[in-house]
Write a protein that binds this ligand. Structure first.
Ligand code: NDP
Length: 263
């Protein structure tokens, strides 16, 4: 039997085991997907191999550590330096990023997206910003602190911290911070978030499984929003395809993965 897992801290909230196991079970694929609470990202590679895994997903806060742990990184992950999917290929750790394309899938129904504000500057923000830039979308970043901004400046994004933010109009504002995941925090002070929400058509949050304080505010203002569930589904389908080495049909993977959301 093949074995897969998700690494994160926290990880107990993750729906990935349900999603992938739903595919394996319904398509009679001999595999099992577990979760692993990993505190120290530098222990990722040794933990992966000591558990005898065939593949894994990586979530907050270890995606950059996962990039560094890989023997080889392929595709879009190389552009962004962020890995969310690991595959054991003959004892070598191969890294991929399926988050960005998963998010593009999630926002397909939002029209005319030319200006995006990303809240946060972590691994998810990097992947999304680089992916949006590929489509020539204008990207602004608003982060709590300065230290992660140079990557985004080099990418051609307009960058702000909470101290120097200048409001303009956006088509979409995306929360990629972990504010609201374990707590009831907004991704930035309310005096910044309120006017931002008055100047955007759509709102999205990478967090799924709960209506974050950020989405609660958007909902109260009647702004069209979506949480991270579709992004999760998109990245999961692409990761599962890599895990099974394209042995399963993508449409079937999506069908059974989506079904797990109603469990
Ligand atoms: P990282 O740890 O790489 O980055 C976290 C970012 O959030 C940093 O910019 C950090 O700012 C900021 N931040 C953390 N806490 C706060 C706070 N209390 N207030 C304001 N800003 C804060 O995380 P990831 O990019 O890996 O993940 C971010 C979120 O996205 C997580 O909640 C994760 O669960 C979710 N996610 C969902 C996916 C899905 O499929 N739906 C896929 C990927 C991620 P600073 O630089 O100042 O420290």
């Amino acid at each position: 039997m093949q074995l897969f897992s998700i690494f994160g801290d926290p990880v107990s909230h993750s729906r990935s085991p349900l999603m992938h196991n739903s595919v394996f079970k319904n398509l009679d694929y001999n595999a099992c997907y577990t979760r692993t609470h990993l505190l120290d990202g530098s222990k990722l590679k040794e933990t992966f191999f000591s558990l005898g895994l065939n593949g894994a997903n990586v979530t907050v806060p270890h995606k950059e550590a996962a990039f560094n742990a890989c023997d080889e990184v392929r595709g879009f992950a190389k552009t962004v330096g962020v890995v969310n999917t690991l595959v054991n290929e003959n004892g070598k750790l191969i890294g991929y990023n399926t988050d960005a394309d998963g998010f593009m899938y999630a926002i397909e129904e939002f029209n005319n997206i030319n200006n995006i504000l990303i809240l946060g500057a972590g691994g998810t923000a990097k992947a999304l910003a680089a992916r949006f830039k590929q489509d020539n979308i204008n990207v602004s970043i608003l982060n709590r602190s300065e230290k992660r901004l140079p990557y985004f400046k080099d990418l051609g994004c307009t960058c702000f911290t909470w101290n120097d933010f200048k409001l303009t109009t956006y088509d979409l504002v995306v929360n990629t911070t972990s504010a609201g995941l374990k707590d009831e925090d907004l991704p930035a002070p309310k005096e910044l978030i309120e006017p931002i929400l008055k100047h955007t058509s759509y709102v999205a949050d990478a967090i799924y499984g709960k209506l974050t304080p950020f989405l609660q505010l958007a909902k109260a203002k009647n702004i069209t929003y979506k949480d991270g569930a579709d992004m999760l589904l998109g990245q999961g389908v692409l990761a599962n395809e890599l895990f099974v080495n394209a042995e399963l049909n993508k449409i079937d993977i999506k069908k059974y993965m989506a079904r797990s959301f109603s469990l």
